[in-house]
Ligand binder design. Structure first.
Ligand code: CTP
Ligand SMILES: C[C@](O)(CO)[C@H](O)COP(=O)(O)O
Length: 249
């Protein structure tokens, strides 16, 4: 019997148009130094190492005064995209740019620039795990702490949530282009009907896909694939990358 050819990841959308408000630094967090280069440089290099044939659509703010093409890995096939006001808007801009280029069955990965610790091997294993899947999935880790639901807007416990079957959603989120395009389009339509912003409606691609009635696969990721969000995360990312390099030495 003939085995099906491996479906490689052809497109990678990298939302990198955030301002890093919670980081509180003068420079957007993607340009802060990390392990001898900047966060953006580290993330793009890891994506390129995993998927060298893919085109990376790097979504930057049109006001971005920090980006320099010297931050890109050698040999990368990339395209600069103007990001939007919210993360979802930046991802949508990437999907629109792929119209007429991507086929509905193509794999499109979306990976936050703010997650520089993801390992190339983890990216490749994820793509392998999703081979043949008609929808796609996301890297995620099962919740391991006891989960508390607070009283609305207060630092007061309302009750304890069961953590059974509860997962933390990470990126990459890897979907068929046609599915993701339709899901995001639907999310914008719903937000409009409900009079809510897109950021209030979805916080990741999987939630848009779920709203189509589909069930994205949860691919077990690593806990060290942290999103640099708060100031203390940068030192943590530095340590994670050092430990990863030691493990390879
Ligand atoms: N308008 C936006 C907002 C966010 N992002 C990207 O989405 C990812 C996740 O967002 P987050 O960690 O919230 O980044 P920021 O928006 O920069 O941070 P904050 O919410 O603290 O301002 C980041 O890679 C960020 O650059 C984006 O491309 N476009
Ligand atoms: C997509 C994401 O990284 C999954 O954990 C996350 O939802 C982004 O959230 P943010 O509010 O934009 O930080």
């Amino acid at each position: 019997m003939m085995s099906k050819p491996f479906e490689t990841v052809r497109w990678v959308i990298v939302p990198a148009a955030g301002v890093g408000r919670r980081m509180g630094s003068d420079v957007p967090k993607q340009y802060l130094p990390l392990a001898g280069r900047c966060v953006l440089s580290t993330t793009l290099a890891r994506l390129h190492e995993a998927w060298p044939q893919a085109q990376q659509l790097v979504c930057l703010s049109s006001q971005d005064a920090y980006f320099d093409s010297g931050m890109l890995p050698d040999g990368i096939n990339w395209l600069r995209i103007d990001g939007g006001a919210e993360r979802a808007d930046s991802v949508w801009a990437g999907l629109v740019a792929l119209e007429g280029h991507a086929n509905p069955q193509d794999w499109v990965a979306v990976h936050d620039v703010a997650r520089p610790c993801v390992r190339p091997q983890e990216l490749q294993a994820m793509a392998a795990a999703l081979q043949g899947d008609p929808v796609g999935g996301l890297l995620a880790v099962p919740a391991s702490d006891t989960m508390k639901r607070a009283c609305a807007g207060q630092n007061q416990v309302a009750h304890t949530e069961s953590r059974v079957d509860l997962w933390h959603a990470l990126t990459p989120q890897l979907f068929r282009y046609g599915v993701l395009r339709q899901a995001m389009h639907g999310a914008y339509q719903r937000a409009e009907v409900q009079g809510r912003s897109i950021a209030e409606t979805i916080t990741d691609e999987a939630s848009a896909v779920e709203a189509l009635g589909l069930s994205p696969r949860l691919v077990v990721g690593r806990r060290d694939n942290l999103k640099i969000t708060h100031p203390e995360d940068l030192a943590l990312a530095e340590q994670i990358i050092a430990a990863q390099q030691d493990a390879l030495a």
